[in-house]
Design a protein around this ligand. Structure first.
Ligand code: NDP
Length: 462
């Protein structure tokens, strides 16, 4: 285990709106915070918004913004002001001694203060094909996604019988042509007032004692199969949207046994509504302690509170070692580069990263080097996470390798030919042969290992 010799002022754990906002405020206070983004535990870096399509309720974006783009912007803003990122999961946190220690990716980080912003993950049913239809008809947030054009005037379904399910079913009647509420028991868990509201709404049909057992559709959800709990009979319900409201699981494994948690695992603040925990120097932000509001904007707000509280505590304890800036204004955040598909005129046989089927065809047939093909889709959060990591590895291995990105929405026939069923998918070709492929996000060192295998002489001779 490698141990860092310095002790951080503040480590923020988690990279959703709560974590990035906390880091932004701490960075602007010259605390140079370290933010551990999280990787696999409890979701992907960027949090729940990375798997959301349009966010239309975050103030400041009158036309709405894609969840992954909003997270890219928050990240860029936090980094611009001096946040340092560690792309890893925090595996262990020891709050029993000071400075606190955090194990992440084989390294020990020591820190005077910690902000826990590890979030919560919406529970899923884990149905067959769930991944395929996630954000393509299935959502865990009706408030965020209900108004999506694909759901307008279409039949929709909500699973669950609690307050969230009832609230969501009620809210969705504004958008859908009809709402089906699928409840596994013979009664609702929701509060009486909420239940009465749903029962009185003739735009909502309750399917008592039913569960969703299968999903149908092509590129978007078209129907769900319901099974009756008692007699086992099945029915097909045509719906374009399926909203999960079956509770959340907070990501509090790191502090189990160290901080008080409630019956469902949510962290219990020292005082309701305050960012402090029972251990001085340990603060919370976002869904990790918020069982009720769970909105991006409320997470960001508590991130701000936690950072201000941490700054005050570090100052009071005389622990803060602030950094000084060379200039009062930091450099501008880099503007995301929009790349266009390569054409006959713009194609380059030596470019490391290009886009589109023209470049793919040329490199596949003409290049002697291994070719990495990344299949992406606009709004695909995991693609946003994977792409910079993959790009960096390709740059490190240059000039022995090339990469091409295919937007499967713009060029579906290419994805179909390649047998790609979802994004991100990576395929690595050499000598016109598929040498390796994977689906989903991988850490940079794992990507490098995969690509180095293809580059190794043994592999190349095959
Ligand atoms: P809850 O845990 O209260 O309810 C979850 C619901 O999902 C239950 O009806 C449960 O069924 C059902 N469920 C769980 N797992 C499955 C499954 N695998 N298949 C089918 N159904 C399943 O969560 P909520 O998010 O609704 O509420 C959390 C808290 O937030 C509550 O305290 C609630 O009161 C509060 N809240 C308040 C609101 C308000 O006041 N406006 C709005 C939203 C939430 P079963 O009942 O059989 O266990």
């Amino acid at each position: 285990m490698v141990s860092s010799s310095t002790t951080e002022n503040l480590v923020v754990i988690g990279s959703g709106p709560a974590g990035y906002t906390a880091a932004l405020y701490a960075a602007r206070a010259n605390l140079a915070p370290l933010l551990i983004t999280g990787f696999q535990e409890g979701g992907i870096p960027g949090g729940q918004l990375m798997t959301t399509t349009h966010v239309e309720n975050f103030p400041g974006f009158p036309q709405g913004i894609l969840g992954p783009e909003l997270m890219d912007r928050m990240k860029a803003q936090a980094v611009r002001w001096g946040t340092r990122l560690l792309d890893a999961d925090a595996d262990q946190l020891d709050l029993s001694q000071r400075p606190f220690t955090i194990q992440a990716q084989g390294q020990t980080q020591r820190t005077h203060a910690v902000i826990l912003a590890t979030g919560a993950r919406a529970n899923r049913l884990h149905l067959p094909q769930e991944e395929r239809f996630w954000s393509r008809g299935i959502s865990a947030c009706a408030v965020c996604d209900g108004a999506t054009p694909q759901f307008r005037h279409e039949p929709l379904a909500v699973v669950g019988g609690g307050d969230s399910a009832c609230e969501e079913a009620h809210a969705l009647t504004k958008y859908g042509s009809h709402v089906h509420l699928v409840v596994r028991r013979h009664k609702l868990r929701a509060s009486k007032a909420m239940a009465d509201r749903v029962l009185a709404n003739d735009q909502i049909t309750i399917h008592w004692e039913h569960e969703v057992v299968a999903l149908q559709g092509d590129d978007w959800l078209a129907a769900v199969e319901l099974r009756h709990h008692l007699d086992g009979s099945t029915t097909t319900l045509p719906v374009r949207g399926l909203f999960y409201a079956i509770g959340h699981t907070p990501n509090t494994g790191l502090v189990q046994g160290q901080l008080p948690l409630d019956g469902e695992g949510y962290l219990v603040p020292q005082q309701p509504g305050q960012p402090d925990t029972v251990i001085p120097g340990v603060f919370w932000a976002g869904d990790v302690a918020d069982r009720r509001w769970r909105q991006a904007v409320t997470a960001a707000a508590t991130g701000c509170q936690a950072a201000l509280a941490a700054e005050a505590w570090l100052t009071e304890q005389n622990l803060a070692v602030t950094v000084s800036r060379k200039t009062p204004e930091p450099e501008s955040a880099p503007t995301p580069q929009k790349m266009s598909p390569a054409t006959e005129e713009t194609y380059s046989p030596t470019a490391l990263w290009q886009q589109g089927s023209y470049a793919l065809r040329r490199l596949y047939h003409e290049s002697m080097e291994p070719l990495v093909v990344m299949y992406t889709a606009p709004g695909c959060g995991p693609c946003h996470v994977l792409k910079p990591q993959l790009r960096r590895v390709v740059e490190e291995l240059a000039p022995q390798i090339h990469a091409v990105e295919i937007n499967i929405e713009a060029e579906p026939h290419i994805a179909q030919q390649a047998g790609v069923s979802g994004t991100p998918t990576i395929q690595v070709f050499h000598d016109k042969e598929l040498r390796c492929q994977w689906r989903g996000v991988k850490q940079r060192r794992m990507i490098r290992t995969e690509l180095e295998k293809v580059l190794s002489p043994d592999h190349q001779q095959r």
